[in-house]
Design a protein around this ligand. Structure first.
Ligand code: PLP
Length: 490
C-alpha cells in the first residue's frame, strides 16, 4: 500500500470511528456498504475495505458474512464511569504509601506485571532502536568525541521535538527545549524552580504517585483537586482552592491522565490558562501521554499552546511511547528556562548522547510516527479486551474509566472492597496491579485500582484478570464489618 493510500484509509477510518463515537451509528447497526461509502467518499473500494479492517482491529465493528459491517456493542457501555471524589479541600503534607517501595522492587512485583506503566514489548521499535544504536556507535557518534554533551541536550533531538510540537499547537524552537533524564527528572527540575519548601502545590485527584513522592521529598504540601474521569481537572474546584489557599504551582496531566485516562477538552484548557494568569500560578504540564491518543489519532493541543506568559512548563518523554530505559525526556520551561538549565547543571550536568541521537533519528526518519500509529491501534484493542474481561468477570457494580489514550485502566470497586488486600493476594499468585491507595495522600481510593493493558492478552494474563474479578465477587459476598451482626464479627 502506498503512503497516499494509507493516509486515505486511515483518515476514513478515523471519520467513521468518530461517527460511531458520536452515536451516529449505534451498537448493532449496519454501517454503509463498502460500495456506497466508496462512492460517497470518492475513494476506491480497497480504501474502504482497509478502513473497515482497521476498525475491526480496533474492535469497534465486525464483518458478518454476506451481511456487511456492524457496529459492535462495547463492554464499557455496561460499566458506569467512576465517581468524582471530593478530597479534603485543604493542603496536607504528602505521605507516600509504604506500598510504593514494594512495587518498585521487581522481585516482589510478580511475573505478570499489570502495575508498571510500560509500553508494549511486542512491537518492532526495539529492533529498530538496537540497529540505530549499533550504527551510531560504529560511526563513532558518541564516546571519546569531545567530552560532556551539550548542557541543554543534543541539538538534533531538540530540533525534532520542536518540529513535533507543532502538532500540539506549540511554536517553539530547539533552543526553548532542555533534554532531561525522562519525564520524572523534567518534573522534578520544574518543581524545584517553581516552589520553596512549605509551598502548596495543587494536583489532580487521583494523581500520578510520582508527583506525591516529589511533593513529600521537597517538603511541600499537596492540595488535591477533584478530577472528572473524562474531562479531567475540575476548574471550579481549582478556583475555589485558589481563592482560599496560597497555591504556587499546579501539576497536571491534561492529556490522558494517569490513572484516570481523562482528556481535558480544548475550551477548558484555554480557561485553565486564564485562571493561571488571574492567580499568577505556574503550571507543570505533564504531557507524557500526549501523543498516545487512540480514538481520533490526533494529539490534543497542549495547555502550553494557550500560554502567552511562559508560565506553563511542559514536560514529556519517550518512556511511554518507546521505552522507559531510553531515559529520554524534555522540558519546555518557558520563562523559567535559565533556572531550569541551572538546576540541570547542578544535578545532572549532561546526559548520554547515544539515546538522544537515536531518538532523533527515529523521529526524523518517520519510524517513530509509524510506531505511534501502530500503538494506537494496539492499545485501543487491548483496552477493549480488558474491558470485556472486566465486564465478564467482575461484579456489575464495578465502575470503569473510559480512557481515550494512554495505557492504564482505572477501576472503582464497591466501597468496602479493599484493593490493597487484593494486591497482596495477587502477589501470592505471581501478579501485580496498582492499588488505589497509591494515587492519593489518604486512603480515599482504597477500593480502586489501576491495570496496565499495553501487553498482549495471553491466556495467562486473561486468567489473572478473571481471578481478580472472582476475588472481588468473593469480597462483596461478605458484608462490610459495619453492616455485620455482632455475632458475625470475630
Ligand atoms: C504521568 C507520568 N509522568 C511521569 C512519569 C515518569 O516518566 P519517565 O519514565 O519518563 O521519567 C510517569 C511514569 O509512569 C507517568 O505516568
Amino acid at each position: 500500500m502506498t503512503v497516499t493510500e494509507s493516509v486515505l484509509y486511515e483518515g476514513l477510518a478515523e471519520r467513521v470511528q468518530q461517527q460511531i463515537q458520536q452515536g451516529l451509528f449505534q451498537p448493532g447497526e449496519r454501517l454503509p456498504s463498502v460500495r456506497k461509502l466508496a462512492e460517497r467518499e470518492s475513494v476506491s473500494v480497497s480504501t474502504v475495505l482497509a478502513a473497515y479492517e482497521r476498525l475491526e482491529r480496533l474492535r469497534l465493528i465486525e464483518a458478518r458474512p454476506k451481511s456487511g459491517y456492524f457496529v459492535l456493542h462495547q463492554a464499557r457501555e455496561q460499566l458506569s464511569e467512576p465517581s468524582i471524589c471530593s478530597p479534603p479541600a485543604r493542603p496536607v503534607p504528602a505521605h507516600i504509601s509504604p506500598l510504593m517501595m514494594d512495587l518498585i522492587d521487581t522481585r516482589k512485583r510478580g511475573r505478570l506485571n499489570f502495575s508498571t506503566a510500560m509500553p508494549a514489548q511486542d512491537t518492532n521499535i526495539g529492533r529498530t532502536l538496537r540497529r540505530t544504536f549499533a550504527r551510531l556507535s560504529r560511526e563513532g557518534k558518541f564516546l571519546h568525541n569531545g567530552g560532556y554533551g551539550a548542557l541543554d541536550g543534543a541539538e538534533p533531538l531538540r530540533r525534532q521535538i520542536a518540529l513535533r510540537s507543532l502538532d500540539a499547537g506549540l511554536t517553539v524552537s530547539a533552543d526553548d527545549i532542555i533534554v532531561t533524564v525522562g519525564c520524572q527528572n523534567a518534573i522534578s527540575l520544574a518543581l524545584r524552580v517553581a516552589t520553596r519548601p512549605g509551598d502548596v502545590v495543587a494536583v489532580e485527584s487521583p494523581c500520578y504517585l510520582g508527583f506525591l513522592q516529589m511533593i513529600e521529598a521537597y517538603g511541600l504540601k499537596a492540595i488535591e483537586i477533584p478530577s472528572h474521569p473524562s474531562d479531567g481537572l475540575s476548574l471550579e474546584a481549582l478556583q475555589l482552592a485558589l481563592e482560599q489557599w496560597p497555591i504556587r504551582t499546579l501539576i497536571s496531566v491534561p492529556s490522558f491522565s494517569n490513572p484516570l485516562g481523562s482528556c481535558m477538552p480544548t475550551a477548558k484548557r484555554r480557561a485553565l490558562v486564564d485562571l493561571l494568569g488571574k492567580y499568577d500560578l505556574t503550571m507543570i504540564e505533564d504531557d507524557i501521554y500526549g501523543e498516545m491518543s487512540f480514538f481520533t489519532g490526533q494529539r490534543p493541543t497542549a495547555v502550553k499552546a494557550f500560554d502567552r506568559d511562559g508560565r506553563v512548563m511542559l514536560c514529556s518523554s519517550l518512556s511511554k511511547s518507546i521505552d522507559p530505559q531510553l531515559r529520554v525526556g524534555w522540558i519546555m520551561p518557558g520563562r523559567h528556562y535559565n533556572e531550569v538549565l541551572h538546576q540541570k547543571y547542578i544535578t545532572t550536568l549532561s546526559l548520554p548522547e547515544l539515546p538522544q541521537l537515536a531518538a532523533a533519528e527515529l523521529m526524523a526518519g518517520g519510524q517513530y510516527d509509524r510506531h505511534l500509529r501502530h500503538c494506537r491501534e494496539l492499545y485501543c484493542s487491548r483496552l477493549a479486551e480488558l474491558t470485556d474481561l472486566v465486564a465478564e468477570h467482575f461484579p456489575p457494580e464495578t465502575k470503569a474509566a473510559r480512557p481515550q489514550g494512554g495505557i492504564g485502566l482505572w477501576l472503582e470497586l464497591p466501597r468496602h472492597v479493599d484493593a490493597t488486600r487484593l494486591y497482596y493476594r495477587a502477589r501470592e499468585h505471581d501478579f501485580a496491579f496498582s492499588p488505589g491507595e497509591l494515587f492519593a495522600v489518604d486512603n480515599r481510593y482504597q477500593h480502586c485500582l489501576r491495570i496496565i493493558f499495553a501487553q498482549p492478552w495471553t491466556d495467562e494474563r486473561k486468567q489473572a484478570i478473571a481471578q481478580l474479578g472472582a476475588w472481588v465477587k468473593e469480597a462483596i459476598a461478605v458484608p462490610p464489618v459495619s453492616q455485620r451482626l455482632p455475632s458475625e464479627v470475630s
